[in-house]
Design a protein around this ligand. Structure first.
Ligand SMILES: Cc1ncc(C[n+]2csc(CCOP(=O)(O)OP(=O)(O)O)c2C)c(N)n1
Ligand SMILES: [Mg+2]
Length: 342
């Protein structure tokens, strides 16, 4: 949908007016600002290891824009800040990356499930939720985000199988960034593309440019409409390229082609949409600066809020895992309190 300002023409999406486009732009800038600031906060030792999502913003914002607020989102670590698009405070997400209990929200407050770090486990969660919701006669769609690597996991297979058979109102949204840490897509699967995998589950598979927020929105909107109409799940493969390290603990220079990354960074998704809006006369340079400034201020307030949380009691690490904790845990906790003087 987004052209290049030269030989490739711009197109419009039916039903999206200037206000929608500006709202989408604000979402993209908010996510981008969150991501860039988080890398800085990590380097300053203010948050822990962080999964960078630079250049994934179009997939995240475009997909969520196609949902109603009553629809549920099931994120992985790559979509840690997705709650911001549902009004979750920045401090909550930053607290999550600080390992602070203030970072765990009640999913029912935002219709955003907890972040899943074990790969693909959120897929059966979303499918089960969607199916249960349909059985209760609720008009809700669930959307699960996951990566290319996740499509090799048993949990993905189980979830997709179940979704197809039960015609669950779910969207299986795969961000194909072509890497699973250091494993390239070519070593992940012999399939020529991931959308083809959908055929085996009896569900439609759609392939879309993950760097084009409008294309992502349109593909997701169609999938959501199908799900709402009772026609069942859709698998969306959004194709992009990971243009940053997997996470702050990763050094991709030993496995990635830097020229390919540079190319991708040139054409990154937020700038691409910004240039589109400028060409369309929907956005001015001044407005763009204002939106960026607002997002930056939100982030500053967010980190201040997260750092103002009183330290959590270390005993929390040991709670909620066992109904009857084994006695050795009490010894471990005592040792931890002694070492930390907490
Ligand atoms: C079940 C499981 N196995 C292994 C890991 C370690 N791990 C963390 S991220 C990752 C790569 C996942 O790649 P992909 O699904 O493409 O998602 P991306 O990180 O690219 O968004 C792996 C293997 C894990 N978190 N969970
Ligand atoms: Mg990946």
């Amino acid at each position: 949908m987004i052209g290049d300002g030269e030989s490739l023409p711009d197109a419009a999406v039916d039903g999206l007016g200037p206000d929608h486009l500006l709202a989408l732009y604000r979402d993209l800038v908010l996510l981008r600002t969150y991501d860039e600031r988080s890398v800085v906060y990590h380097r300053q030792g203010r948050i822990g290891t962080y999964a960078i999502f630079w250049n994934h913003e179009a997939m995240q914002a475009g997909a969520v824009f196609a949902l109603e607020d009553r629809d549920w989102i099931f994120p992985a670590y790559r979509e840690s800040a997705i709650g911001l698009l549902r009004g979750m405070p920045v401090s909550t997400v930053l607290s999550w990356w600080r390992g602070h209990p203030a970072g765990w929200w009640n999913p029912y407050d935002y219709n955003v499930a907890s972040i899943c770090v074990p790969i693909a486990t959120q897929v059966p969660h979303a499918v089960g939720f969607a199916w249960g919701s349909a059985l209760k006669g609720e008009d809700r769609v669930a959307l699960a985000f996951f990566g290319d690597g996740a499509t090799s996991e048993g949990a993905f297979h189980e979830g997709a199988t179940f979704a197809g058979v039960m015609k669950a109102p779910v969207v299986l949204f795969c961000n194909n960034n072509q890497w699973a840490i250091s494993t390239p897509l070519s070593a992940q699967t012999a399939a020529s593309n991931l959308a083809d995998k959908a055929i085996g589950y009896g569900i439609p598979g759609v392939r879309v440019d993950g760097g084009d927020v409008l294309a992502v929105y349109e593909a997701t909107r169609d999938a959501v409409a199908r799900a709402r109409a009772g026609a069942g799940p859709t698998f969306i493969e959004a194709v992009t390229y990971r243009a940053a390290p997997h996470a702050t603990a990763d050094d991709p220079s030993i496995y990635v082609d830097p020229e390919r990354v540079d190319e991708e960074r040139e054409n990154e998704c937020v700038g691409r949409f910004e240039r589109y809006l400028l060409r369309q006369g929907v956005l001015t340079e001044d407005q763009a600066q204002e939106v960026k400034q607002d997002a930056l201020e939100l982030m500053r307030a967010g980190i201040t809020g997260a750092e103002a949380e009183p330290p959590a009691d270390v005993g929390l690490v040991f709670e909620h895992a066992y109904g009857e904790p084994p006695p050795s845990l009490a010894d471990d906790l005592a040792e931890l309190r002694r070492v930390l003087d907490a």
